[in-house]
Design a protein around this ligand. Structure first.
Ligand code: GLC
Length: 549
């Protein structure tokens, strides 16, 4: 048992999400890969983050962009080989960067050997018992076992054909039919995931981002739910918790994993992707003997108003403080509209799941202005923070992608009602004048890049005063220098309902959410601003400033 507390680097770390399909393509096939990532690690050093998290790169039919894993202990040839993963881990460490990988325990791919075995095995067999197989309802068993819908659309149940050719049992898939849910009541599954943890820990990874961490255990009776399924707990529905999310028994799994991680040197971490609300329920995932961090999606979803931001920040800090865990902050990832576009939608309106041709378009100028203000605010908060690749370039969502190019299963599964998440997954522009904007050596790109992306390319922003990239660098540098990640937040009285203001260590932070300018106190020393102040001492709308405290 490793009882040494160490630096607890994760309590204040800034962790950068690399989406391997879209970061850097070394071989020109239009799909990013591990050697591509290794080749661009210096970018992360220059940017000034502490760690990277990689979305899945394991063997997979890619029905859900790799979140459908066919083999947890290998690398898909489209991304490289196991040796490329070893090299990437080593090169990251030699630059002082920690590296976290994605673990997808709620479901496997339907191509996983276990599922293929289950399909040809008998009803009630050990092979079927690795998944959630049930008989259908109705006289001929031709109705699904319950009324649950899948997150991507349609029923959460799929009927199989038995080996003898007769219509057979149904299996549960909370996401795509190509992602059958595992049966976490089966000890064999638990043991096998510990083997996977050790496999990657032995190779040197610094931890795991745990996909759909709130979904592993289902209410035993698989009771009907009556409501549409969302990633979230359903706490908003008559105060009831949905039977497929956030069941108390799920915590046993993470206690066991934590004990495994603690055997290893060097503070390896677990991060929960758990769309659980309210903050108090989420905090249960980061109790001292469970995970280290959980993504704060309530913060990501909060509206751009001073009262909403004040309330989510206070509640998040209080809930995590109560269990001794650091709070995390996140504005973008591979599942949501990029915040430089999301914040350009009218405040308080519902956020669509993807935007396409013919949809109401956000205001790009306002979006970027608010996006920068939001980032400067986020990076001044105590705790850990997550950045998503491309946000340091102020990258917007691709909002005019032709529907034929879409790959997210959401688009088809929702019968074209929701466009899905492709718009935030487009390959990154590194060089304005290179093929595929420098994503790879050729023009190939698995999702089309918008024509106007040259202006966002890294080489157009590097060294350019006032660029979004330089704002991120400067913010991260000062955040580190001032120790803001391990600081403490003290609120100031706000001016009416439109200003948020607090002190963290040596910095006083002020964000103006309102339409009117805010005049700074006499003698205030401005350290950083998300937008240049046209009149000294006057903070316009949608701008964050750091003042010397
Ligand atoms: C998580 C991932 C998402 C994926 C889903 C199913 O929410 O972030 O991309 O589609 O799980 O694995």
């Amino acid at each position: 048992m490793n009882t040494h507390k160490g630096s607890e680097w994760w309590r204040h770390a800034v962790i950068y999400q690399v989406y391997p399909r879209s970061w850097a393509d070394s071989d020109g096939d239009g799909l990013g890969d591990l050697p591509g990532i290794t080749g661009r690690l210096d970018h992360l050093v220059e940017l000034g983050v502490d760690a990277l998290w990689l979305s899945p790169f394991y063997p997979s039919p890619q029905a859900d962009a790799g979140y459908d894993v066919a083999d947890y202990r290998n690398v898909d040839p489209i991304f490289g080989q196991l040796e490329d993963a070893d090299k990437l881990i080593g090169e990251a460490h030699s630059r002082g960067l920690k590296l976290i990988v994605d673990l997808v325990p709620n479901h496997t791919s339907s191509a996983h050997a276990w599922f293929q075995e289950a399909l040809v095995a008998e009803k009630g067999s050990p092979a079927r018992n690795r998944y959630v197989f049930r008989d259908g309802k109705g006289a001929n068993g031709d109705e699904p076992p319950n009324d649950w819908s899948a997150v991507f659309g349609g029923s959460a149940w799929q009927r199989i054909t038995e080996p003898d050719g007769t219509p057979g049992q149904w299996y549960l898939h909370l996401f795509d039919p190509a992602q059958p849910d595992l049966n976490w009541d089966n000890p064999e599954i638990r043991a096998d995931f510990v083997t996977t943890l050790r496999f990657w820990l032995d190779r040197g990874v610094d931890g795991f981002r745990v996909d759909v961490a709130h979904g592993l255990i289902k209410q035993r009776d698989l009771a009907n739910w009556e409501y549409p399924i969302h990633g979230a707990t359903g706490d908003g529905v008559e105060g009831r918790r949905a039977p497929m999310w956030d069941q108390d028994e799920v915590h046993e799994v993470y206690r066991q994993w934590r004990a495994v991680l603690d055997e290893y040197e060097g503070e390896r971490i677990l991060v929960a992707e758990a769309w659980v609300q309210p903050a108090e329920r989420l905090a249960a995932y980061v109790r001292p003997d469970e995970m280290h961090q959980a993504f704060n999606f309530e913060y990501l979803e909060a509206h751009w108003t001073a009262p909403d931001q004040h309330s989510v920040i206070s509640r998040s800090l209080a809930a995590n403080d109560s269990v001794g865990a650091p709070t995390t902050w996140v504005l973008s990832n591979h599942d949501v509209l990029r915040h430089a576009s999301r914040l350009g939608l009218p405040v308080g309106t519902p956020r669509p799941d993807g935007i396409g041709i013919g949809d109401a378009q956000p205001d790009p100028v306002l979006g970027l202005r608010r996006g920068r203000a939001a980032t400067l605010l986020m990076l001044s908060l105590p705790g850990g923070a997550y950045l998503y690749q491309g946000e340091e370039l102020g990258l917007p969502e691709h909002m005019t992608m032709p529907d034929e190019a879409r790959q997210d299963p959401t688009w088809e599964r929702s019968s074209h009602e929701r466009r899905g998440r492709d718009g935030c997954r487009v390959p990154i522009p590194w060089e304005a004048d290179a093929p595929s904007y420098g994503f790879g050596p050729t023009d190939a790109s698995w999702l089309p890049q918008p024509r106007l992306w040259a202006e966002y390319a890294l080489d157009r922003q590097r060294g350019v005063a006032g660029s979004t990239y330089e704002l991120y660098r400067e913010t991260l540098r000062r955040r580190r220098e001032l120790g803001l990640g391990s600081g403490e937040l003290i609120w100031h009285d706000s001016t009416g309902n439109s200003v948020l203001s607090f002190t963290n260590g040596g910095v006083r932070v002020l964000t103006n959410f309102g339409p009117d300018e805010v005049t700074l106190p006499e003698g205030a020393e401005v350290v950083l601003t998300s937008h240049p102040l046209e009149t000294a001492g006057v903070v316009p709308s949608d701008v964050t400033v750091w003042l010397r405290a």
